[in-house]
Design a protein around this ligand. Structure first.
Ligand code: CTP
Ligand code: MN
Ligand code: MN
Ligand code: MN
Length: 370
């Protein structure tokens, strides 16, 4: 009889922060399907199921090989009945009926299209859809619709900012931000974060943390950077949010998705001459520049580590890091700080945590919390 070597049993953690994951996804065929399902649940505000599919996708992304039979998923965490049924169908026929139905669904397609505009979230998209609009031209022609500044820029630069940003473009933007910061303060700190810090080759934007070693000196840094970019004539859009950070109010009782540091959401004009190897995906229309989305966040120096950790992503990694801290280490982590919960937690909260801890039970509450 043929002797086969048994494959070693590798335990896969239920926490993304405990799984080694490369940027090569061997299970794209499944994770793309899961993302459609997750997004559809998100549009329908079914948070628990949305999160379940995102978690399942994250588990599959961590595997070194493609899953070739359902038996191979037996030891994997976070894969429920529904996820496995979708996988089975894809394994058998190469496609999922449920996913294809969603992809051809009028409401899903419209919400997907509308939310692809910078400044348009699910709420606005839903509102436009319910008013009977299903294309950009219908939105732009509708007399009763008031676009905010962000949405106006979103439509104006739609072609450019929906194109992926390359690593070379991210580096070119890095030198622009670096120059600006060092013109303001020679000891300024600039760190590339987000997807590019994780080693991704492309992104939908470029994220930077900027600060100063001296505490308090970072106040006004963002507004000074904005001034410089404006003077250079390369600032196409800017929304600035001043800091609401208050160390004395930490730890906050509720988990907060957004941090309180000063930040700005920008659209920057990037000249082709600055980019080694040229502008990625720019049409050969003779135009020597493209618009790029840039996020800047400016924490005080003593919060730098937490901000860097929080802005590196991925979203699922961050969620699981906080969940791991809470459930396995009894600590509270966010973009501002790490706290020992054993000192502050009530008995009731502790019991609730213990209930969450087992397996991958996703309740609506956890969806909100994580
Ligand atoms: N983030 C955050 N607070 C915000 C915005 C973003 O903590 N107000 C975090 C997100 O959790 C994410 C990281 O910053 O981990 C980067 O966000 P984003 O640019 O949306 O995602 P990327 O992972 O960089 O992916 P992409 O390449 O699509 O930009
Ligand atoms: Mn990003
Ligand atoms: Mn994003
Ligand atoms: Mn971003």
């Amino acid at each position: 009889p043929q002797v086969t070597t048994p494959s070693p049993v590798v335990r896969v953690s239920q926490y993304a922060c405990q799984r080694r994951t490369t940027t090569e996804n061997q299970n794209k065929i499944f994770t793309d399907a899961f993302e459609v399902l997750a997004e559809n649940y998100e549009f329908n505000e079914i948070e628990g199921r949305c999160l379940a599919f995102r978690r399942a996708a994250s588990v599959l992304k961590s595997l070194p090989d493609m899953v070739r039979c359902l038996g191979a998923t037996e030891q994997l965490p976070c894969l429920g009945e529904h996820t496995k049924a979708v996988m089975e169908e894809i394994l058998q026929s190469g496609r999922s009926f449920e996913v294809e139905k969603i992809l051809s669904d009028e409401r899903y397609r419209t919400l997907k299209l509308f939310t692809s505009v910078f400044g348009v979230g699910p709420k606005t998209a839903e509102k436009w859809y319910r008013r009977g609009m299903s294309s950009f031209s219908e939105v732009l022609a509708e007399p009763g619709i008031q676009l905010n500044r962000m949405q106006q820029s979103g439509f104006l630069h739609y072609g450019d900012i929906s194109k992926a940003v390359s690593k070379a473009e991210a580096q070119a933007l890095g030198s622009i931000i670096d120059e600006a910061v060092h013109a303001i303060t020679p000891d300024g700190v600039v760190a590339l974060t987000g997807g590019f810090r994780r080693g991704k080759a492309f992104g939908h934007d470029v994220d930077f943390i900027v600060t100063t070693p001296e505490l308090g000196k970072e106040e006004g840094l963002l507004t000074s950077i904005i001034k410089i970019l404006k003077k250079q004539g390369i600032l196409l859009f800017c929304e600035y949010q001043a800091s609401t950070f208050d160390m004395s109010k930490l730890p906050s009782r509720r988990f907060e998705a957004m941090d309180h540091f000063a930040k700005c959401f920008l659209i920057v004009r990037l000249e082709g001459s600055r980019v080694e190897g040229g502008l990625h995906g720019c049409r050969a229309d003779g135009r020597g520049w493209r618009a790029v989305r840039v996020d800047l966040v400016s924490p005080p120096a003593d919060r730098y580590a937490f901000a860097l950790l929080g802005w590196t992503g991925s979203r699922q990694f961050e969620r699981d890091l906080r969940r791991y801290a809470r459930l396995e280490r009894r600590m509270l982590l966010d973009n501002h700080a790490l706290f020992d919960k054993t000192k502050t937690q009530s008995k009731k909260e502790m019991e609730k945590d213990l209930e969450c801890k087992d397996g991958c039970v996703v309740t609506k509450k956890m969806g909100v919390k994580n």
